[in-house]
Ligand binder design. Structure first.
Ligand code: ADP
Ligand code: MG
Length: 684
C-alpha cells in the first residue's frame, strides 16, 4: 500500500477533522476509498428547462428573471430562473443575505436539485447553485457525482473532496493498493472497481451500484468476505494448538443410555451424537454448535455428551438461560441418567445457604454432572475437573459468559470442551460466519409421528370465534396457551397486559381454570404454575413470551398469539414450537390488529405456509437482514462494511476457493485492510 498516509498527515486535515473522519472509521487515505457512496447525482448534463419533469434530480442553467422575498409566518425567497426554452421557480425557506444577491435578476446560475410541482408550476427547493460569471460555463463532470454517508460536522463537499483526492492519487499511481485477488473475468480489478464506484460513467446501472449487485461492489464484498474467512482460519489454527482432555466411553455407557430411552433415537440424533463423540475423543477442545429446531430432541444429544464426558471420571455441566428451562433439563436429565447411576447436581440462584454449600462441595468433589443457570458461572463455584460445558439456547448468553465457564474448567493448560445448543435455526451461510470458530451440527429431522401445527392468521375482530374454539378444546380436556407478547419494551407493562388478559379470559371461560405466568413473578410462583399446567390442573395458560424457550407440555395443543404482527418470524416460530409435541393435531392462531403492514403480512404468510425452522430463518433473513436475525445481544456476530450475507451468499463458495490460493503475506494484507491488525486473530 505504497503512498498510503494517515489522514492526519494529509494537507488541510487538522486534528478536529481527523477526529470526525475517525468517527466514520476513516483513519488512512485508503480507508477513504472503501467508504462507499449512498447514492449518486447526475450532473454530467444540462437539461433544457422545457424538458424538466417533476420527481427527479436535474441540473439546469439559466438567468434569474425575477426575485421576491415573501413575508409571512416564515420569510421565503422565491426566484424565477429562465433559459431559452422555459422557466422554473427556485424556493428557499431559509437564506442568507449573500443568497439574496446571488439570486438578483440578471445573474446566471447553474442549479442542481430535485424538481417538484408547486403552486405556479415546477419548482426546485434549496437547489445547489454555482454562479456563472458572464458568458462562462465551466466544464461538466464526466462522471456521476457520489453522495457519501457522513457525520455531524463533516460536510458532504469536504468529504467528497478528500475521497476525490485519494481517488485521483489512485488513478495517477501515487497511491497504490495491492490487488490481492487473482484476475477474473467476472469482476473488475480492485482499482477499476473503486473508480467505477466513486466515479461511475453516466451509463452505469446505478441501482445495481447502490444495492451492491454491481460487479464492482461484488468485487469488494468478495474481498471483505475473504478477509473474514482468512481471519477465521487463523482463529482455528490457534485453536488447534489448544489442548483438552481426550474423553471416551470405554464401557459403552452411551449405548446403554440410548437403550433405556422410551423411544428410538432419530437418525439425526445418532449422527450428531457421533460428531460429538468424535470431537470429545480428541485432545483439542471441541467447539461445536448444535442447531436443532424446537422439539428436535436436543436433550437426548446433550445427555449422550454428558455421559461420554463423565464415563472416565471427569465432570460435565449443562447451563440454561432461565430457571424454568434449567429446571426442566434437571428433571429430564435426571430421568435419562438414572439408569446409569448418575445423579445430576442442581444449582440456581435460589439455591442458598446450607444447600448451596453442599452443592459447591459436591462440585469440588465427586459430582459428575451439574445442571443449572448462570449461577454455575459464579466466582465461588469451583469444579474438580470440568471437561465439558454444554450451553443451551446460546442466543440468550453473551459470548463472554460462555468463555467464563470455559475458564472454570481450565486445568493447567487443558481447556474444557464446549457444546452450544440453539433452537434458533440460523441459515447455514450466516451460521458459518456469525458463529466464527464453531463447528456446526444440525438436527434436521424431527422425531417421528409429529404432525405439523396447523396455523391460521385471524384479525382481532374474530376474537369471539377464537374463544369458541378455545372453549371447545378445553372441554375436550386439551390444554392451551394464550400468549401476550411485548407491547412496549417493558417487562412491567407486559406483565400487566398479561394479568389483565388472564382476568378477562378467566371471566369468559369461567368453567375452566386459567393460569398466568410472566417474567415478573417469583421463580417459585412460576414453578408452581408450570407444575399445575404440567399436571393438567390448569387448562389455559396465559403467558408472556417467557414460555418461549424450553416449555414442554405434550398435552397442550392449541396456542393463541396476540399481536402476532409485532413479532419477528424466529420468535413466532419459537413460541409455536411449544405446541405439537403430543399426539393430538395442534393448532396455532395468530391474532393480529388490522391493518397489516407489508412485512407483517409477509411474516404471517410464512408462518401459515411452513413449520420448517430453516425455511423460516431464511425468510426472516430476507425480511429483516442478518443483524436482526441474530439479535442485538449477539455480541459474537460479525459486522461487515460492504458485504451482506443475504445478498452475497453466492460469493461464499468462491471465497473458500480463493482462500487456498493466497500466500501468508497476501492473507495478512487482506486481513489488515478489512479487519485490523492481524495479530489479534492468533489468540482465541
Ligand atoms: P428440543 O430441546 O430440541 O426442543 P427436546 O429434547 O425437549 O427437544 O425433545 C422434545 C420432545 O421430543 C420431548 O418430549 C422428547 O421426549 C421427545 N423426543 C426426543 N427424541 C425423540 C425421539 N427420537 N423419538 C420420539 N420422541 C423424542
Ligand atoms: Mg430444549
Amino acid at each position: 500500500m505504497a503512498g498510503d498516509r494517515a489522514l492526519s498527515e494529509v494537507a488541510g486535515v487538522g486534528p478536529q477533522l481527523a477526529g470526525r473522519l475517525a468517527g466514520l472509521g476513516l483513519e488512512r487515505e485508503t480507508d477513504l476509498l472503501f467508504h462507499l457512496p449512498l447514492r449518486y447525482e447526475d450532473r454530467t448534463c444540462l437539461t433544457p428547462l422545457r424538458q424538466v419533469r417533476a420527481g427527479s434530480g436535474v441540473q439546469v442553467e439559466g438567468r434569474i428573471v425575477h426575485r421576491e422575498v415573501r413575508q409571512g409566518r416564515q420569510r421565503m425567497l422565491l426566484a424565477t430562473l429562465a433559459d431559452d426554452t422555459g422557466q422554473i421557480t427556485l424556493r428557499l425557506f431559509r437564506f442568507y443575505p449573500s443568497q439574496l444577491s446571488q439570486f438578483s435578476p440578471g445573474r446566471r446560475l447553474r442549479c442542481f436539485g430535485e424538481v417538484r410541482p408547486g403552486p405556479t408550476g415546477l419548482e426546485m427547493a434549496h437547489p445547489q447553485c454555482l454562479d456563472l460569471a458572464d458568458g462562462a460555463s465551466p466544464p461538466l463532470p464526466q462522471s456521476l457525482t457520489p453522495i457519501y454517508p457522513t457525520t455531524q460536522g463533516l460536510g458532504q463537499a469536504r468529504l467528497s473532496r478528500l475521497i476525490g483526492a485519494a481517488l485521483e492519487r489512485l488513478q495517477e499511481g501515487t497511491l497504490e493498493l495491492a490487488d490481492l485477488l487473482p484476475a477474473s473475468d467476472l469482476f473488475p480489478t480492485l482499482r477499476n472497481a473503486l473508480i467505477t464506484i466513486h466515479a461511475p460513467a453516466p451509463g452505469e446501472p446505478l441501482q445495481a451500484l447502490i444495492e451492491g449487485y454491481h460487479p464492482a461492489v461484488q468485487r469488494l464484498a468478495q474481498e471483505e468476505l475473504l478477509a473474514h474467512h482468512l481471519a477465521l482460519a487463523r482463529v482455528n489454527r490457534a485453536r488447534a494448538r489448544q489442548r483438552a482432555p481426550a474423553l471416551d466411553d470405554p464401557d459403552g455407557k452411551v449405548s446403554r443410555l440410548l437403550a433405556t430411552l422410551p423411544f428410538e433415537p432419530t437418525g439425526a440424533q445418532l449422527r450428531v451424537i457421533d460428531d460429538i463423540r468424535h470431537d470429545l475423543a480428541r485432545r483439542q477442545p471441541m467447539r461445536r454448535l448444535l442447531q436443532g429446531d424446537v422439539g428436535s430432541g436436543k436433550t437426548v444429544v446433550a445427555a449422550a455428551a454428558l455421559v461420554t464426558a463423565t464415563a472416565t471420571g471427569h465432570q460435565a455441566a449443562i447451563v440454561a438461560p432461565t430457571e424454568i428451562l434449567a429446571e426442566q433439563h434437571y428433571q429430564t436429565l435426571s430421568e435419562y441418567l438414572a439408569p446409569l447411576g448418575i445423579e445430576p447436581v442442581w444449582l440456581a440462584g435460589k439455591v442458598q445457604g446450607r444447600a448451596r454449600s453442599e452443592v459447591l462441595e459436591r462440585l469440588a468433589g465427586d459430582a459428575a454432572v451439574a445442571v443449572g443457570t448462570h449461577a454455575l458461572f459464579q466466582k465461588a463455584v469451583a469444579f474438580r475437573d470440568l471437561a465439558l460445558v454444554i450451553v443451551d439456547e446460546q442466543h440468550r448468553f453473551g459470548v463472554h459468559q460462555r468463555l467464563a465457564l470455559a475458564d472454570k474448567g481450565r486445568k493447567g493448560s487443558l481447556q474444557p470442551h464446549q457444546l452450544v445448543m440453539t433452537a434458533t435455526p440460523i441459515p447455514r451461510t450466516l451460521a458459518m460466519t456469525a458463529y466464527a470458530g464453531l463447528d456446526i451440527s444440525v438436527l434436521d429431522e424431527l422425531p417421528p409421528g409429529r404432525k405439523p401445527v396447523t396455523t391460521v392468521a385471524a384479525s382481532q375482530q374474530r376474537r369471539p370465534e377464537v374463544i369458541a374454539r378455545l372453549r371447545q378444546a378445553l372441554s375436550e380436556r386439551r390444554q392451551a396457551y394464550w400468549v401476550c407478547p411485548l407491547i412496549e419494551e417493558s417487562e412491567l407493562l407486559e406483565a400487566e397486559a398479561a394479568e389483565t388478559r388472564a382476568r378477562e379470559l378467566a371471566r369468559e371461560l369461567a368453567e375452566f381454570r386459567v393460569g398466568l405466568i410472566h417474567g415478573r413473578m417469583k421463580a417459585s410462583e412460576k414453578q408452581a404454575v408450570m407444575a399445575d399446567f404440567n399436571a393438567g390442573a390448569i387448562g389455559l395458560l396465559v403467558a408472556t413470551t417467557v414460555i418461549e424457550v424450553g416449555v414442554d407440555v405434550p398435552n397442550a395443543s392449541l396456542m393463541i398469539i396476540e399481536n402476532a404482527e409485532r413479532l419477528g418470524l424466529s420468535q413466532l416460530h419459537q413460541l409455536r414450537g411449544r405446541v405439537g409435541r403430543g399426539s393430538d393435531q395442534a393448532a396455532c392462531v395468530l391474532l393480529y390488529k388490522p391493518p397489516l403492514g407489508e412485512t407483517a403480512r409477509a411474516r404471517l404468510e410464512v408462518m401459515r405456509e411452513t413449520t420448517d425452522g430453516f425455511v423460516i430463518a431464511e425468510k426472516d433473513l430476507e425480511l429483516r437482514g442478518p443483524g436482526e436475525v441474530l439479535g442485538t445481544r449477539q455480541t459474537g456476530a460479525l459486522r461487515f462494511r460492504i458485504a451482506d450475507l443475504a445478498r452475497d451468499e453466492a460469493l461464499l463458495d468462491r471465497v473458500q476457493h480463493l482462500a487456498t490460493r493466497l500466500d501468508e503475506q497476501q492473507a495478512r494484507q487482506l486481513i489488515e485492510r478489512w479487519i485490523g491488525p492481524a495479530e489479534q486473530f492468533v489468540d482465541v
